[in-house]
Design a protein around this ligand. Structure first.
Ligand code: GLN
Ligand code: ZN
Length: 778
């Protein structure tokens, strides 16, 4: 075997060059030429990296200025008619679709707030990754035609640099699947017959350009597909016969399972499968895939940052290499978009930890070592294999990774450690007595505006320019202000405002054992936005309290209950790179114990309400439904482990961001949080209906203010939403709060919005329970 390739490479650049070029362009500081030049240089550099790792082709078409799905919308000529484009050039249309017409970043104007006809395309998660793509919009009138030169230009660009090219396109069925029908009752699969001829034209043109192989990504073959979609595959690919390059069909992120035979029999020239997510399937695919076709084994993990076990990979590959010879190809499991670019550039980690890791560049080197071992024998790469083996052995035995105390504690954890002592009804009585809150209590989700000043103070402290005492004084001053403002507004349950937190996962990870932080390990989240996920490399424990000081200080300033704020175990897990040497579940349980300790300490310090945020609970769901229950069971147990070490009178809150809850309501109820706050204002309380119909048993705070928009809703608007909520949720279970934290808002909007929110609650309270004392500003 001799052929190696990658499904895609990160685009953003080692120093996030693309991000900065985009943002400068959006601010109007640079012209399109400069942006294109940065993009061209990045492509050239990334192709060089691929050739340096001796890949047989460079991959062309994976690069995108903002998002590769958006590139396809333009390539296939299906820009939504609602944008009313006429004379605008391709780049202008591109960013209008990505960001809306006001040119604000989607984080503040979002896909949801009203830009009239010019709101941006909706954004959603790319399968089970943290990458977000722009959602194509389809109507019965949607038609396609090849409408962009971008891909062909990039192919020519790579060829001019002397590279052998493999072009990549999202496959036609996955492209339709990723989009959304904008007309009620319309099945977007009906568009397939219009789409296929366009793919035919694109393929023919690539062929004429001298491209030998095209990679067509059809990751939806790893999903539970409706029968009609399954059946569409064979006919669709049969219609892509004719003048075209050879097609390598790629699947990734999950097992083919019931789609395996179907996939193996499609009329294409090769198939790529994810041998990391579905290791047991590789041999079955090899059996089913006709012998004359290429099998591309996705053998190196494209979703995580660990150095691979090359011996194990070779053991798996050897029989395939014997069987298929030159028709076995090697690649990472999926596009490398989801990992940072280069470990060599990492100066935030110690040498030992670094020796355990592999980023995109190192993963391509691993592919190359495997190729050489298979084609020339292991002696040819003796040193590289030995080094990998030594790193793995060291990692497996390292005391930094294994903490016997953590393992022992988990093993000894009683079965009922995830249960509160009393059932909810009884806890509710106790809590109502202990807290003395009015009907429809008002609260917020945790963070208050993060001003430039606050960020600067945190950064200065981190760099050592601000000493501990000065930093603490600055934060306390902020907390005192936030408390005083909340009292003046008449809120019932206060928060300290989270001024000391940069990020809700990083803040906790930095204080927990078993976590490491890179300095340059950026991964694209959407557009120019990148995240730097923590690396969980070892058993997790909590050496010391993390939030107790700030929270008790805040409580000391007020008679009202101060809500302690924590990030939940599932969210911490979900937004980190996690260990591959133990199940996710185990890592999550360890984090749960650490949070449990924090909850217990907060309660012991006199904090009567504690919120454990789990915005990522729903997004942890596996791609295949058959695995949902298992996930929901352990994730739910982890949440409860973290929440259950308190007296019944202590009130546990949780918070979840915009999610579709309807199909997981039993699991949400099983979390048994005393109060859950959710985002509901954007959907005009539609999301709450499911909770009502399900007779959600505990208390609930449906958001009445969409804090992603700078618009401040009026008292009447919030009152209207509250009335809707009253129709489906018993009054005694209802809370009043915004949709989410306020850290991205300014102070003026924050105070205005909260003032209106408290008034709305007051109006309803007076009407429904006029005899109860209203909460009054202090
Ligand atoms: N407590 C966090 C905040 O208010 C919650 C953020 C979130 O759910 N994403 O910022
Ligand atoms: Zn939220």
């Amino acid at each position: 075997m001799n052929t190696t390739h990658t499904l895609g490479f990160p685009r953003i650049g080692l120093k996030r060059e693309l991000k900065f070029a985009l943002e400068a362009f959006w601010r109007g500081e640079t012209r399109a030429d400069a942006l294109h030049e940065t993009a061209r240089a990045l492509r050239a550099r990334h192709w060089d990296i691929q050739r340096a790792a001796s890949l047989s082709f460079v991959t062309v078409g994976d690069f995108a200025l903002y998002d590769h799905v958006l590139d396809h919308i333009q390539l296939l000529g299906c820009e939504p008619a609602r944008f009313g484009f006429t004379e605008e050039d391709e780049l202008t249309r591109h960013f209008i679709m990505a960001r809306g017409v006001h040119g604000q970043s989607p984080s503040c104007c979002g896909a949801h707030h009203d830009h009239g006809d010019q709101r941006a395309l909706e954004m959603t998660k790319w399968f089970d990754t943290n990458y977000h793509y722009l959602v194509p919009e389809f109507t019965p009138e949607t038609r396609f035609k090849p409408s962009s030169e971008r891909l062909f230009d990039q192919v020519a660009e790579a060829q001019a640099l002397g590279h052998p090219v493999k072009a990549v396109l999202i496959g036609p069925l996955t492209f339709l699947w990723l989009g959304k029908a904008k007309t009620e009752g319309f099945d977007r699969l009906d568009l397939l017959e219009h789409l296929l001829p366009v793919y035919g034209e694109l393929l023919a043109r690539l062929r004429r350009q001298g491209v030998e192989w095209v990679q067509l990504d059809e990751p939806i073959l790893g999903l539970d597909l409706p029968e009609r979609w399954r059946q569409a595959f064979e006919g669709a690919y049969a219609r892509l016969a004719g003048e075209r390059p050879k097609i390598l069909l790629t699947t990734y992120f999950s097992a083919l399972a019931d789609n395996l035979r179907l996939t193996c029999q499609l009329p294409v020239d090769g198939l790529h499968v994810d041998a990391v997510r579905a290791p047991d399937e590789l041999a079955r695919v090899a059996d089913w895939l006709p012998a004359h076709k290429v099998l591309s084994a996705g053998i190196i993990d494209g979703r995580n940052i660990w150095r691979a076990d090359l011996d194990a990979a070779l053991a798996q590959l050897r029989p395939l290499a014997e069987q298929r010879g030159e028709r076995l190809w090697l690649a990472p499991s999926c596009s490398l978009l989801h990992v940072p670019i280069d470990l060599a550039a990492e100066d935030g980690l110690d040498a030992e930890l670094k020796s355990w890791l592999a980023f995109a560049r190192q993963k391509l080197d691993e592919i190359n070592v495997l190729r050489l071992a298979l084609s020339e024998g292991e002696d040819a790469v003796h040193d590289a294999l030995a080094e990998a083996r030594a790193a793995l052995t060291a990692r497996r035995a390292s005391p930094r990774v294994h903490d016997d105390k953590v393992a022992a504690r988990l093993a000894a954890l009683p079965e009922n450690a995830d249960r509160r002592a009393a059932p909810f009804a009884e806890r509710q009585r106790l809590q109502h007595t202990a807290l003395g809150l009015p009907l429809l209590p008002t609260t917020t989700i945790g963070s208050f505006p993060q001003t430039q000043e606050l960020r600067k103070a945190r950064a200065a402290f981190k760099r050592g320019e601000l000493d501990q005492a000065a930093y603490e004084a600055r934060m306390k001053e902020e907390i005192a202000q936030v408390v005083q403002k909340q009292e003046a507004l008449g809120l019932d349950v206060l928060v300290h405002g989270e001024p000391e937190r940069n990020d809700m996962v990083e803040y906790f990870g930095e204080q927990l054992a078993g976590f490491a932080f890179t300095r340059n390990g950026w991964v694209q989240s959407y557009g120019s936005r990148c995240v730097k996920p923590p690396v969980i490399f070892g058993d997790v424990s909590r050496p010391a309290p993390m939030t107790v000081g700030w929270t008790t200080f805040a409580q000391s300033l007020t008679e009202k209950p101060m809500k302690g704020m924590l990030t939940g175990p599932v969210t911490i897990l979900q937004w980190s790179f996690v260990r591959d040497d133990q199940p996710r579940k185990t890592t999550c349980e360890q984090i749960a114990l650490a949070i449990r300790d924090e909850v217990a300490d907060l309660a012991r310090a006199g904090i009567r309400i504690i919120q454990i945020d789990e915005p990522a609970f729903r997004e942890g769901l596996p791609l295949r439904r058959a695995q949902w229950q298992d996930y929901l069971d352990w994730a739910g147990r982890c949440f409860r482990i973290s929440a259950s070490a308190v007296e019944d009178a202590t009130q546990i809150h949780t918070h979840m961001c915009y999610s579709e809850f309807n199909d997981i309501l039993p699991a949400i109820a099983a979390l048994d949080a005393d109060v859950i706050t959710i985002e509901t204002s954007r959907s005009d309380m539609e999301l709450l209906k499911g909770f009502g119909a399900f007779h959600y048993p505990n208390e609930i705070g449906p958001g009445v203010w969409d804090i992603h928009s700078p618009r401040v809703p009026s008292v009447e608007e919030m009152e209207r939403l509250l009335r809707k909520a009253c129709e489906v949720i018993p009054l005694k279970n209802l809370w009043v709060n915004p949709d989410c934290g306020l850290k991205t808002r300014g102070w003026a909007e924050t105070e205005a919005g909260l003032r209106n929110m408290v008034s709305a609650a007051q109006r309803l309270r007076n009407e429904r329970a006029p005899t109860l004392a209203p909460s009054k500003p202090v």
